[in-house]
Design a binder for this molecule. Structure first.
Ligand SMILES: [Zn+2]
Length: 344
């Protein structure tokens, strides 16, 4: 862990806290993480995605209660294929980060955007590189805790890790994402087209993360986010929706790593979450004391920009606890945050 100093970022955070200015009102999107600025659900409807597509309030990472209470998310395709299956995972398809994880890249097209192997060769090569950097970073993080992780992300060397999916709805329509309709389409696609158990056998993998790659441009208003599994959801797939560009910037490797950590159970550390009992006071504590945590920021704090060469943000003890690298966190205890799902 880096020694914590009061740098410019911290000062901005402290001033913002004092003045109760949210990051949303400071017009510095490059300082912000991929999925911070999600507007609350304007309808106020307590649907499956509540106040944000999953992400803003951190309820993506566990018990959005409507998933488990008999609404339309329950078993939309008939008998649940996993609840009675030997392939059932108690924590979704990404359970324990110390192990082998395969990242399945699903290149997504819709009536407005698609992927062209020639035209988009550079973008696709960058995505492959950022996935690799994120995987290497997470391997190092796990290693710091005396455990071993392997991330297999290369969808060119391993063509079985690449799929192409066509969507009839517009992928950059925030409503399609925010109201969870996209989840149904992707769940169904994976179930029909990807033999997860065969892939896991092929790669001797313990975990699977699905990453839906969207070829968005600067006009995109949808935000990169993760739909992760929790008890009561119909399918176990851990799905990241990766918009190549959101907030008018190409997402960097730290964003990939941030989302992957969601898949293993990490909450956002920039938004209140009833489920995790993350409140305004705790967020202030994070901003002052854990200001470089990757679940708070994906910006390189030495340049205040995204870093496309490596990840300089940290996995602090709270995040380590929630992804199962430790079974205890003093900070979690002190703030009476929720127990890690890995201990349940
Ligand atoms: Zn997040």
């Amino acid at each position: 862990m880096k020694k914590q100093t009061y740098n410019l970022f911290t000062i901005i955070v402290m001033i913002a806290a004092v003045l109760r200015i949210t990051f949303m009102t400071i017009s510095i999107p490059s300082l912000i993480f991929s999925d911070l600025l999600v507007e609350p659900d304007p309808t106020g409807i307590a649907n499956n995605t509540t106040t944000d597509p999953s992400y803003g309030t951190g309820n993506n990472t566990t018990t959005d209660p409507s998933y488990g209470t008999g609404n339309n998310y329950l078993d939309p395709f008939g008998d649940n294929p996993f609840w009675n299956s030997s392939n059932y995972f108690p924590h979704g398809s990404a359970g324990e980060i110390d192990g082998t994880t395969i990242v399945v890249s699903i290149f997504a097209s819709d009536p407005y955007s698609d992927w062209d192997s020639s035209r988009d060769a550079k973008t696709i090569a960058n995505i492959k590189k950022y996935l690799s950097i994120a995987g290497d970073y997470l391997e190092d993080v796990v290693s710091d805790y005396g455990k071993t992780a392997t991330f297999i992300t290369d969808f060119e060397a391993n063509p079985d890790l690449r799929y192409d999916m066509y969507f009839e709805d517009q992928l950059t329509d925030p409503d399609y994402l925010d109201y969870g309709d996209i989840d149904y389409d992707v769940w169904e696609y994976i179930y029909d087209n990807i033999d997860q158990s065969e892939l896991m056998t092929e790669f001797n993998a313990d975990n699977v993360i699905y990453m839906v790659m969207v070829n968005s441009d600067e006009s995109n208003e949808a935000i990169t986010c993760t739909r992760n599994w929790y008890d009561g959801m119909p399918y176990e797939y851990e799905i990241i929706y990766l918009y190549n560009i959101d907030y008018e910037e190409v997402n960097c490797p730290a964003v990939y790593a941030h989302e992957m950590l969601h898949a293993f159970g990490a909450p956002d550390l920039y938004a209140e979450s009833e489920d995790f009992r993350i409140d305004e006071d705790f967020l202030s504590y994070v901003e002052e004391n854990m200001y470089n945590d990757i679940m708070l920021t994906c910006t390189d704090l030495s340049s205040y920009e995204y870093n496309y060469r490596n990840v300089t943000n940290e996995v602090g003890e709270v995040t380590a606890y929630y992804v199962g690298l430790t079974d205890h966190s003093d900070i979690v205890d002190e703030w009476n945050l929720r127990e890690s799902e890995h201990l349940e």
